[in-house]
Design a protein around this ligand. Structure first.
Ligand SMILES: *[C@@H]1O[C@H](CO)[C@@H](O)[C@H](O)[C@H]1NC(C)=O
Ligand SMILES: *[C@@H]1O[C@H](CO)[C@@H](O)[C@H](O)[C@H]1NC(C)=O
Ligand SMILES: *[C@@H]1O[C@H](CO)[C@@H](O)[C@H](O)[C@H]1NC(C)=O
Ligand SMILES: *[C@@H]1O[C@H](CO)[C@@H](O)[C@H](O)[C@H]1NC(C)=O
Ligand SMILES: *[C@@H]1O[C@H](CO)[C@@H](O)[C@H](O)[C@H]1NC(C)=O
Ligand SMILES: *[C@@H]1O[C@H](CO)[C@@H](O)[C@H](O)[C@H]1NC(C)=O
Ligand SMILES: *[C@@H]1O[C@H](CO)[C@@H](O)[C@H](O)[C@H]1NC(C)=O
Ligand SMILES: *[C@@H]1O[C@H](CO)[C@@H](O)[C@H](O)[C@H]1NC(C)=O
Ligand SMILES: [Zn+2]
Length: 879
């Protein structure tokens, strides 16, 4: 699955709940009808194993209901007279058990016990099911199409003519297959699936496998029968009934790739086809295993909560993650689409072919898929410069991991809300950074051949953390080394002291295996240090070359001085990654109270002559995030001085930017960020230019295309007066491009006066889709006067929000973190804590509450430590 996380630049953390035991002791569990339920655990018993599902599904897009039947071939490993499996919100009409010859074991319809708090049902068999025999369960069931984003759910879209059309699509990961069919809904239970879908004549049906045949069954209905699938976990099953249009192509190895979208967005599908063809061919070579299905579909679903989902052979996407309009989408939009496709395609091997045994190791799926985004794009699309973004991934991970409330990569997760919460920065981003470090250690070739070994060994089956380490390399105890990274939380801190030619290396926080420390001494690579004697006296030492290691480095006084001086005199002596990582480490140490803010601000003094976008945006990003926090605290003098300083100091960079789409991707990204900042800070030349572009755009009634990278900034400025705002809202309603709409929305939200109206529209879900509500709330909260409004809205509508975005889901996490982390005073902290206390029953198991409140504590601490320093430093610089 691809996360769609709100990017929070400032201080973040992740909290770890110890496994809360949700198993009640045996015997106490009563089913809904009052009879004792035969199984007391959240996890299913392991002695009944599904082998093959034969599924028939019949959705009705008019009545918005579906019904279906499933015949599950099972292996019985221990004698028993009941079967427990998952089912959630389904009405079970009949249940029977058949023997090997498909003869009923009883003429009576069997009773089904339901145990909703574990999302399980139990079926009693009239005869003992004997170990070693083959049986079939047969169930008929039905339910309304789900209203949210999980299970078999309803999605809608509007045509240009204003007609609303309905489709039905699935999203099962991690625990929602049980909402669409009764099943053994745990990743270890891999089985083959044979799917049939009934539909009307104006729709098509899609599933994981290619269509085998279509049968007309009377009453104007058709039944599409799909080929039998390979063995896979239930969360990867998918089916869709819709009226989309498509475009197809063939890979060199004969895989048919098809991109689907709503008919009027068909012209936005072509880039995705090209990217999917090239990336699939890359992975087949890289993994040295052919993609095992005959086809791969990529489909843009109008209502989608995550970024995308890797269902085997039928990957699903948010429209913004798949559709690309060359006239409207920006360079960043293109990079995003390419990365998401790279992610989902990597999952076809990592996740689909080899699956983690249980959700505690979800990082094996997500850390790998996140890392392969970078490996594949670097190879296939070097011009997109994806490596510029890799450090951000690790910086994001460190932000969370640096607080007490982080968690180890492999952590316990039992119930659905805990499992949902595993899909977080730790699994994705820290996972990817650890793998990057490992790849540097093993060499590219060693890493790749180890992965190939691992995939071959565990294909169509499941693996654990240690299975990966055991596969990667023979003669080194990699397990022991890697456990220090995957089984403990936290970011290691390495300290360096230099005395003459001797370097003393120390470790704090999470001790790590020291072989991973590499560093640059005047361009000489060394490793395995502790106390180290250099061959000659040197001027400076920089550890963690290119930040290939997942740790932070703290130098002694002289060390920081030497590096600050080096950057000032000749910053190109260090790579751009080294420069960005120095800036990052310094500000991280300020937050931790280990380095004074002065030192960090002096370090970035050299940025005036920086030309690379990564260190430049890194330094600017810190200043901007301090500004946002101080602005919300209404500290007028510092707010004013900091703004003046930033505008003066970065003036050359700002003035250099053109209002166009020229240049390389990295130039374009810099332009997008820098001009957005300049206009946000009311820099007159920026406002003038944007206003001018906005007016010509309005005069042409939207016919001229604005430069895509700056269009959001142009809308933002245009929205500042009432008629401009109203025009954008009208355009929002009719736009056929989701990336454009999200730019309109950012602009609309910048006007405080209309925030209430927009939040209401987001809640209502008609003009602004419910899927966009979490980011809408976050955008409001970022606004200098919006954070109270956003928080009040969240409190007032909490119950409705949780209904739309279940506890543990990305949606609710983004809402909580996005609003709460804007706060930075003790009164606000108390207010937040009181609210969560008032709903403790609901949220006591959520990590994200601790994440959010610990962030506020960090903000408070940061201000109390650094505000005066900042004030004085600015006064000195501006005089
Ligand atoms: C669904 O219900 C309708 C009406 O009760 C019935 O005709 C149809 O056969 C059912 N379909 C399935 C798949 O059970
Ligand atoms: C199933 O059978 C195995 C081997 O006979 C036994 O070890 C195990 O305890 C049994 N499990 C249950 C739940 O009865
Ligand atoms: C859906 O239900 C309506 C009304 O009952 C019926 O006319 C239509 O044929 C059904 N469509 C499908 C695909 O079952
Ligand atoms: C089930 O899937 C496996 C591969 O995972 C395949 O070899 C086997 O043929 C499939 N079973 C059926 C009945 O098609
Ligand atoms: C690929 O699949 C699409 C969708 O099923 C189909 O329309 C197209 O004909 C197929 N292409 C080839 C070359 O088989
Ligand atoms: C860190 O968290 C644990 C529980 O998660 C707590 O017991 C401990 O006091 C915390 N340490 C600090 C320094 O806050
Ligand atoms: C550093 O060393 C590498 C390889 O040893 C060499 O290619 C590179 O030019 C050197 N860089 C500098 C700045 O000396
Ligand atoms: C700056 O450093 C680079 C790389 O070490 C070197 O090639 C260059 O000559 C240096 N320039 C100055 C002015 O010292
Ligand atoms: Zn994923």
């Amino acid at each position: 699955m691809h996360l769609l996380l709100v990017i929070l630049f400032f201080l973040e953390a992740q909290f770890c709940v110890q496994s809360s035991d949700s198993n009640s002791p045996a015997g106490e569990n009563l089913a809904t009808n009052g009879l004792p339920f035969p199984w007391s655990k959240v996890r299913l018993p392991s002695y009944i194993v599904p082998v093959h599902y034969h599924l028939l599904i019949h959705p009705n897009l008019t009545t918005l209901r579906f019904n279906g039947s499933v015949k599950i071939e099972i292996d019985v490993k221990n004698n028993t007279n009941w079967v427990v499996l998952h089912s959630k919100n389904l009405k079970i009409f009949t249940a029977t058990v058949l023997d090997e010859h498909e003869a009923h074991l009883s003429d009576k319809v069997l009773s089904v016990l339901e145990y909703p708090s574990h999302e399980q049902i139990a079926i009693f068999s009239p005869k003992i099911l004997t170990s070693g025999e083959k049986y079939f369960l047969y169930l008929e069931f039905g339910a309304p199409l789900s209203d949210g984003f999980y299970g078999f759910y309803k999605s809608t879209y509007k045509t240009k003519a204003g007609e609303t059309r309905v489709l039905a699509s699935t999203h099962f990961e991690p625990t929602s297959a049980r909402m669409a069919l009764p099943c053994f809904d745990e990743p270890i239970f891999k089985a083959n699936y044979t799917v049939r879908i009934r539909r009307g004549p104006s729709h098509i049906a899609l599933s994981n496998m290619p269509l085998e045949q279509t049968v007309e069954i009377g009453n104007g209905l058709f039944e599409d029968q799909f080929e039998v699938s390979v063995r896979m976990s239930s969360y990867l099953l998918a089916f869709i009934v819709c009226d989309f249009r498509s475009v197809s192509g063939m890979t060199a190895t004969g895989i048919n790739i098809t991109i689907y979208a709503v008919p009027e967005k068909w012209h936005q599908t072509h880039y995705a086809l090209e990217a999917a063809l090239r990336l699939l061919e890359f992975y087949e070579q890289y993994f040295n295993i052919l993609y095992p299905l005959p086809k791969l579909d990529l489909i843009a679903i109008p209502d989608f909560q995550a970024g995308a989902m890797e269902n085997w052979g039928l990957t699903t996407y948010r429209e913004t993650s798949l559709l690309y309009d060359p006239d409207i989408s920006s360079a960043s939009d293109k990079l995003w689409v390419t990365m998401v496709i790279g992610h989902e395609l990597a999952h076809q091997w990592f996740g689909n072919l080899v699956t983690m045994e249980w959700w505690n190791d979800i990082w094996l799926n997500e850390g790998f898929a996140r890392y392969m985004e970078f490996v594949s794009l670097e190879a296939v699309y070097p011009e997109l410069k994806v490596e510029d973004h890799f450090l951000d991934t690790c910086f994001g991970a460190i932000g969370r991991d640096s607080l007490n409330s982080s968690r180890p990569i492999s952590s316990l997760a039992e119930n659905p809300a805990q499992i949902e919460e595993m899909f977080d920065t730790v699994s994705y981003d820290k996972g990817a950074c650890i793998l990057h470090m490992l790849r540097n250690f093993l060499t590219n070739e060693g890493f790749q051949s180890g992965i190939i070994r691992y995939l071959h060994r565990f294909k169509y089956s499941n693996a654990r953390n240690e299975d990966l380490w055991d596969s990667l390399i023979k003669h080194i105890d990699l397990k022991k080394m890697m456990y220090t990274w995957t089984l403990q939380k936290g970011i290691p801190l390495i300290t360096v002291k230099r005395q003459g030619r001797k370097l003393y290396i120390g470790q704090e926080l999470s001790p790590i295996y020291v072989r991973f420390i590499h560093f640059t001494v005047h361009n000489t690579s060394l490793s395995n240090p502790d106390v180290l004697t250099l061959d000659e006296e040197v001027d400076w030492v920089k550890l963690n070359s290119d930040m290939n290691g997942y740790y932070i480095v703290h130098y002694d006084e002289e060390g920081w001085n030497a590096l600050t001086e080096l950057l000032r005199i000749n910053h190109t002596a260090l790579s751009f990654k080294d420069r960005a990582s120095l800036i990052h480490n310094a500000f991280q140490l300020v937050t931790a109270g280990r380095l004074s803010l002065n030192r960090a601000l002096d370090l970035i003094g050299y940025l005036k002559s920086e030309t690379h976008n990564v260190p430049l945006l890194q330094g600017l990003g810190y200043l901007q995030s301090f500004y946002k926090m101080i602005e919300k605290r209404n500290i007028a003098d510092i707010t004013h001085n900091l703004k003046t300083y930033i505008l003066q100091y970065f003036r050359d960079v700002i003035d250099k930017q053109s209002w166009s789409d020229d240049g390389m991707v990295s130039d374009r990204r810099l332009r997008e960020e820098v001009l957005s900042l300049a206009c946000d800070f009311d820099y007159p030349p920026c406002l003038e230019k944007a206003k001018h572009l906005y007016n010509s755009w309005v005069e042409s009634n939207g016919a001229i295309s604005l430069p895509t990278d700056v269009s959001e900034t142009v809308y933002m400025v245009g929205a500042q007066d009432d008629s401009g705002w109203a025009y954008l809202l009208e355009k929002y309603g009719v736009s056929m491009c989701e990336t454009e709409k999200s730019k309109f929305l950012s602009a609309l939200i910048s006007i405080t006066y209309f925030i209430h109206l927009l939040l209401q529209l987001g809640m209502d879900g008609t003009l602004i889709k419910t899927q966009n509500l979490p980011s809408l709330i976050y955008l409001v909260a970022k606004n200098p006067v919006g954070h109270f409004l956003a928080w009040d809205f969240v409190k007032k509508h909490w119950d409705e929000l949780v209904e739309k975005f279940p506890l543990g889901s990305f949606g609710i996490r983004n809402i909580i973190v996005g609003t709460v982390t804007q706060f930075s005073s003790t009164e606000e902290l108390r207010e937040v804590e009181n609210f969560f206390k008032s709903i403790t029953e609901q949220v006591s198991e959520l990590r994200v509450i601790q994440v959010a409140t610990e962030n506020v504590e960090k903000n408070i601490m940061w201000l109390s430590r650094n505000l005066e320093t900042m004030r004085t430093w600015l006064q000195q610089r501006l005089n």
